[in-house]
Design a protein around this ligand. Structure first.
Ligand code: NAP
Length: 310
């Protein structure tokens, strides 16, 4: 069955990923957009959320691809209007917002999905399956990219609620919290704030692990040239290397098989998950990656580094 969906916030990720994934999906028809400036060719466009919701009681699902700070008001409007909601990562600007959305969705009997696109990267499921049986010794995240290349001119990432380097870093944390069988929690952080910005451009994190494994992460947005999105996991039995944000993996140098499935790509899998959630009227609001980020802002020691300008 094809279900109508509205996409809100027609910007970088909507154009790069959401629109192609929806258009290629047998589950969805992109029936409307809401965006103050952006549109999608051939799709009815609104600039106002309330107008779209009033005009289209026939659209039961809304996908929000806005930055985190403005997203909450749009999510509340959609849920209040009886629509199922899919949230880009991070699912809100604060944990309290996410709890409020979940409570509202439960009250209304609606589906709500906090998506974590990196969890859908090709080798994440294989990594999780292998680690389920392993005794962990060390897990090291290295997430180093060039903010000018991936977020050109997006000042919101350096504004309060924009998360700074945790905008990509939370993707690493979404993989770590998916693949590790044991819960970890943050014990310390160093957050490097450019002197002219409100959010960190780099961060070093350390975590408690229940069996005393050495778990740490380095995030840096100042990396020019080669970009690194790697998670190395050393166990008593071998070494897992997840690279390219989870798209590739080796275990002791050998690539593990991917689970047999027909869908490929992070966003096609997210939209397939949303279709399943809606048909079951279920909620998926795993906030673990966000909790670690909130803890880093709570426990982190602040250092001031060179000013950042585009
Ligand atoms: P973006 O292009 O800067 O913003 C998306 C759209 O949201 C904008 O084009 C804008 O559309 C609308 N918007 C921005 N601020 C708004 C406000 N204050 N009120 C209402 N609408 C507003 O951001 P993005 O890169 O697509 O990121 C959006 C979300 O996707 C973020 O949470 C990000 O973490 C996540 N994400 C991004 C990437 C990436 O590579 N960029 C990858 C994965 C996930 P209008 O001006 O037309 O309203």
């Amino acid at each position: 069955m094809v279900t109508k969906i509205a996409l809100v916030g027609i910007g970088k990720i909507a154009v790069d990923q959401h629109v192609p994934a929806i258009n290629a999906s047998p589950d969805w028809e992109l029936a409307a957009t809401v965006s103050r400036h952006g549109t999608v060719e051939g799709v009815e466009a609104f600039t106002d959320m309330a107008e779209m919701l009033n005009a289209h009681p026939d659209i039961p699902v809304v996908s929000l691809a806005l930055p985190p700070v403005p997203r909450f008001a749009y999510a509340v409007a959609a849920l209040e209007a009886g629509r199922h909601v899919m949230l880009e990562k991070p699912p809100g600007a604060s944990l309290s917002e996410c709890h409020a959305l979940e409570a509202l969705a439960r009250k209304k009997g609606l589906s709500l999905y906090a998506t974590w696109h990196s969890r859908e990267a090709d080798k994440v499921a294989a990594a999780k399956a292998w680690l389920a049986e392993q005794k962990l010794k060390r897990l090291t995240v290295t997430w180093k990219e060039d903010v000018r290349r991936w977020h050109p001119g997006q000042d919101w990432v350096f504004e309060p609620g924009g998360l700074g380097v945790f905008d990509p870093g939370i993707n690493a944390l979404s993989i770590v919290t998916e693949i590790l069988p044991d819960a970890i929690h943050l014990t310390g952080a160093v957050l490097k704030f450019p002197q002219n910005r409100q959010t960190p451009i780099a961060a070093d994190l350390t975590f408690y692990h229940p069996h005393a494994a050495d778990v740490s992460a380095v995030f840096d947005w100042r990396q020019e040239g080669h970009q690194t999105w790697t998670i190395e996991v050393e166990t008593e039995q071998g070494l897992l290397k997840l690279t390219e944000g989870g798209a590739h993996a080796t275990i002791d140098g050998i690539s593990p098989p991917s689970p047999s499935e027909t869908l490929s790509g992070e966003y096609p899998r997210l939209y397939a998950n949303m279709a399943r959630l809606v048909s079951a009227r279920s909620i998926d609001m795993d906030l673990a990656p966000m909790r670690h980020v909130a803890d880093a802002f709570t426990l982190g020691r602040r250092e001031t580094v060179d000013a950042f300008d585009w």
